[in-house]
Design a protein around this ligand. Sequence first.
Ligand code: PRX
Length: 703
Amino acid sequence: MVKRQAGVTEAQIAVHWKEEDYFPPSAKFIGQANAADPGILERFSEEHFPECFKEYADLLTWDKYWHTTLDTSNAPFWKWFVGGRLNACYNCVDRHLAKNRNKAAFIWVPEPEEEEDRVITYQELYVQVNEFAALLRDFCGLKTGDRVTFHMPMLPELSVSMLACARLGIIHSQVFGGFSGQACGDRIIDSGSHVLVTMDAYYRNGSLIDHKAKADEAVARAESEGVHVDKVLIWRRYPQQYSSPTPLVEDRDFIVNDLLKDYTGKRIAPVSMPAEAPLFLMYTSGTTASPKGCQHSTGGYLAYVAGTSKYYQDIHPEDTYWCLADIGWITGHSYIVYGPLALCATSVMYEGVPTYPDAGRPWRVAERLDVNIFHTAPTTIRMLRKAGPGEPAKYNYHFKHMTTVGEPIEPEVWRWYYAAVGKGEAVIVDTWWQTENGGFLGSTLPALHPMKPGSCGPGVLGIYPIVYDEKGNEVEAGSGTAGNICIRNPWPGIFQTIWGDPDRFVEIYFAKYCKNRESKNWQDWPYLAGDGAMQAADGYLRILGRVDDVINVAGHRLGTKELESACLTVEEVVEAAAVPVLDEIRGRAVEIYVALQPSVDPSDEIQQKVTAAIEKTIGKIARPKNVWIVPDMPKTRSGKIMRRVLAGISNFTDPGDTMTLANSEIVEDVRQHVQSEKIARGDAPKELTDEEREELAKFGQES
Ligand code: PRX
């Protein structure tokens, strides 16, 4: 195990792992790749920045060409393609009609295997988007710049709704369908939406879930904070029948499928938007209590996702592309909807759980639709590997290209993905990026760089990463030392601000390494990603995960503060701490520690109440693995709960120095209680790797 030295923060500590061997892309892949000429690396070198991104912007159709590629005058609020005007919906739909109106834009696969796919051609998408846009404008009175919250499951109506907003310049804010009504309500409040678009029901793991009930909770939550939702628009899972037991609220709830009858045949001209107009908000958790609404632009974002879809996803017109992410996350926005559609691709959408009804499901879909590009996350790969390691071999599909995204992938899991899922034929891109970034930041360019399991690769085209130590000194590539990964330059896909909180935007992402707050030079404003990383001598980045205390469960970032706030909604709970524990399937899971009011005795009932509160406030995804009731929390003298100590106990790792705590005696009590219980339940973790220890040791460090 690595020794910690006094005064050295975790991000600076040397990390030890075995360097993995390279895997070269096949000649067959290279022969057909969109980026096979190494000249592209030169075109996007720093010398050509920022003009290199013209190549991405030129993938789009502009109503008015821009005059300034990058405007840095209000640093770090970068503006891209200034003076340009375009419409995102036009670029994703209308412009493809002339040549490809009858091509499938989406192939939607319902979870029940006996239900038929829905194939939506570009022409059908055009018609549906126009009609829904007419409804948003004429029935809801929405206009350019308004915000609309969606709480939609994975159905094509979600994409239709997004594109209809984009057509009118309305800012959409999709909340992950699995999140609770309250979490949705919080995001309605923050964005100031007065319209909620949702669905009656959807399938998840074989059950038809009542989703409409969450809309009632969301609206009530918004109302409690003075934000009034005028209209709830409800799409039907089955167009002909309402599938939720929850009744409609008169004059507030409206069935979209019925309303649309009044808009049949309506066409709405796409609104020509300035390149820097916001396209959508995507909320993400941070270390502080409230989620951050990442505001993404129209021109820069769309150019960036189109360019990266072309070169990194290697999407060609004839490909069938399947990204198994949820559109409720940024991956789905960028790489199910906007990127692929901007390139006129055929994008597959799946409603449900990948292992339903069994672990062969994705491979049956791939075989039937002849999918050749596949995109998913390590958590899904681990799940499929565990449930059906031999399943891919049973099906006759062939991927040319696969993606992994969302969290670091263990080399073992990578090798299974490569050999079993990819059948040794597909290239893999391990794409590192964040909600805030719009598109990829780190990845190999699939025909030009060899793959290395567990490393995402170098910075992508036009992205110049740097690893800094805590003092702002560059950590040399190949030094064997990790640090804080930053991007030295702006890029078109970067979010524009945190909705309603520009100061927080500057503080979180730029303040740490800003060389001069007055400067208008982008060189003075490195972007702090918040991840620890190490750069190998070949420039490949190994991402170690968050340096702050966000818990990444199955690729979803959960803020500890949000989790703890949920626990405190239970009357008997006075203090709570959320920590990550290793989990074989989800990578990390949440474990909760609570302290109770002095007069209250611990009980199973309270533990259940805490779990229920988390599920209600945040969603099932955050369901804690265990809830431990403890007499007191380990605290610093300034009263801060030491999550890292609790994480050490939960994971049977070294809790670090406890001598400086205000109540160090409590640690041993808690440790004995929790660990003996875990051992009794057979829930003690297996021997941890050095990397896992390193990662856990970073959790909860105050910086
Ligand atoms: O810690 C990194 C991890 O996920 C975080 C971003 O999460 P989110 O905003 O939800 O976006 C996920 C999808 C883009 C990052 O700060 N992460 C994402 N991709 C990778 C990764 N860690 C390692 N390797 C990756 N490929």
